[in-house]
Design a protein around this ligand. Sequence first.
Ligand code: DGI
Ligand code: FE
Ligand code: FE
Length: 200
Amino acid sequence: MKDINYQKHYYAGTRDELVTILADTLSEFRFQHILRVEAKALELADHFAITDLEKVSVAALVHDYAKERSDDEFKTIIVRKHLDQDMLNWGNYVWHGFVGAEMIHDELAITDEDILNAVRRHTTGAPYMTIYDKLIFMADYIEDGRDFPGVDDCRATTFADLDAGVAWQLKHTLNYLLTKQTPIHPKTVLTYNAFVANNK
Ligand code: DGI
Ligand code: FE
Ligand code: FE
């Protein structure tokens, strides 16, 4: 993949500078994941003729920026910034998107709402998703390092029909969560209803 030459619309530095910050902030494992998510998101953007590749690149690179922060750090921000206090009842998987967007805004000075929303929505999805939300949601799930039963079917489905890919992921994630008897966030259910149960 040819690296995107940032025009600095969304991040004040170059792509290399952003990548360096991420390499220094995240574990090697997660750093490699975000690079693969960026590559897949750009591949999807090209396939679906999305032109703002700089936006796609920044959103993909930062989507898991906050994933390795401590629970206490998330809780402090939820309280201090008066975010939805119900958020305190959930865990890292919800926080690293919804609260992570605040950290990306405050620490990386990224203010574009398309990018911040794509981060907020990348784990649970949302009943209404922009094209950027969908690209990041799917690229995160089908990046080349992912290896779960059916991943190639999901890749093919996604490139054929992006909304069908979103539905595929939701169906499988919800099934998986049910087998684990783990709490399911209402947003995940709302997204499932919108995309799988045709409750739009
Ligand atoms: O951060 P990543 O691991 O790259 O990916 P992600 O942010 O999409 O997180 C995926 C995990 O989050 C996956 O194991 C499914 C889980 N997840 C999604 N919605 C819910 C959820 N887990 C619980 N407990 N409840 C949910 O509603
Ligand atoms: Fe994530
Ligand atoms: Fe991810």
